[in-house]
Design a protein around this ligand. Structure first.
Ligand SMILES: NC(=O)C1=CN([C@@H]2O[C@H](COP(=O)(O)OP(=O)(O)OC[C@H]3O[C@@H](n4cnc5c(N)ncnc54)[C@H](O)[C@@H]3O)[C@@H](O)[C@H]2O)C=CC1
Ligand SMILES: O=C1O[C@H](COP(=O)(O)O)[C@@H](O)[C@H](O)[C@H]1O
Length: 262
């Protein structure tokens, strides 16, 4: 593909996981409200393709969107405890501005960084902690209604609904990736829930590459590695996107050490 891929929130954890693994795969356009130091920018990306801008700035977003083929939209407040004024501005208003600019510019595909917190209230007292264990058969597969854990989760469910609206009314392909818990090198330490929803850096990069490459209409998928312990199904991501993750939190001890070295 000759056209650029716009990555928002490029300087953050998810953005760096993507760029660290597929930084040379695309003609990237990077956007973040914080200036990106050289070490966060792949060697193949020219400084003129780095936009220091806020996603709520319509003019700046419109400018960055020109000629773009696909958007990976990560920018936002990622804190589960984030207050309403912040998620309203950064996660809801910012995402609406991104979709509006994308359809205006004729962008083909839009991958939205949704979250496990859009559905956190399925983790009821009756189900936990059993549902975090490999013998348990409870699965969420993306067809269920949102049940947010917090206001941050509400903002992510709203982002998904914005995607539904812009897909239905403007035809843009939209995939919402309900990301689990991204950590580098090893699964979250001594955290059963986090280990069941672990997403490794390389699986994260591969998943978002699939979001750029695959053909789809409107999708909700879960973004976790190939964990034995899980309560999110990755079947839809496999079927529709061709996602084929490598890592598995079962290959590590509860303390996060690789089993073959323990
Ligand atoms: N890290 C994780 O495990 C998970 C992350 N996510 C989602 O993935 C996305 C990225 O998360 P992380 O990389 O972990 O967060 P992060 O905080 O490391 O990165 C977010 C980036 O977005 C930028 N940003 C924030 N608000 C902005 C705005 N209004 N305009 C322009 N740039 C803005 C920040 O400067 C930062 O570089 C977020 O939307 C988060 O909700 C969802 C589930 C799990
Ligand atoms: O959406 C997100 O989820 C992860 C995992 O949630 P946690 O409550 O188990 O920590 C979180 O680490 C990340 O910051 C957030 O954006």
């Amino acid at each position: 593909m000759d056209q650029p891929v716009l990555l928002t929130g490029a300087g953050g954890r998810v953005g760096q996981a993507i760029l660290g693994h597929i930084g040379d795969a695309y003609d990237w356009r990077l956007l973040d409200r914080e200036p990106l130091p050289d070490e966060k920018i792949p060697a193949s990306v020219d400084r003129t393709d780095v936009y220091v801008a806020d996603i709520t700035d319509e003019t700046a977003v419109k400018n960055a969107m020109e000629g773009v083929y696909a958007v990976i939209h990560l920018a936002g407040d990622p804190r589960p405890e984030a207050p309403w004024d912040s998620v309203l501005r950064n996660n809801i208003d910012g995402t609406q501005k991104m979709f509006e600019a994308a359809v205006e510019a004729g962008v083909e595909k839009f991958a939205f960084a949704s979250s496990n917190h859009a559905v956190g209230a399925y983790e009821t007292e009756e189900r936990t902690p059993d549902m975090y264990r490999s013998h348990h058969e409870f699965r969420l597969d993306g067809s269920e209604l949102p049940r947010p854990s917090n206001l941050y989760g509400v903002s992510k469910a709203t982002g998904e609904t914005l995607g539904r609206y812009y897909h239905d009314h403007y035809g843009i392909s939209v995939v919402n990736v309900r990301i689990g818990n991204l950590t580098q090198h090893h699964p979250p330490r001594e955290y059963e829930r986090g280990q069941a929803m672990w997403l490794s850096y390389r699986d994260c990069a591969h998943l978002f590459e699939c979001c750029v490459e695959a053909d789809y209409e409107f999708e909700i998928v879960y973004g976790i590695s190939n964990n034995d312990r899980k309560y999110y199904s990755i079947d839809r991501a496999r079927e529709v996107l061709g996602y084929d993750p490598i890592d598995n939190s079962a290959e590590y001890t509860f303390e996060g050490e690789p089993l073959d070295e323990a």
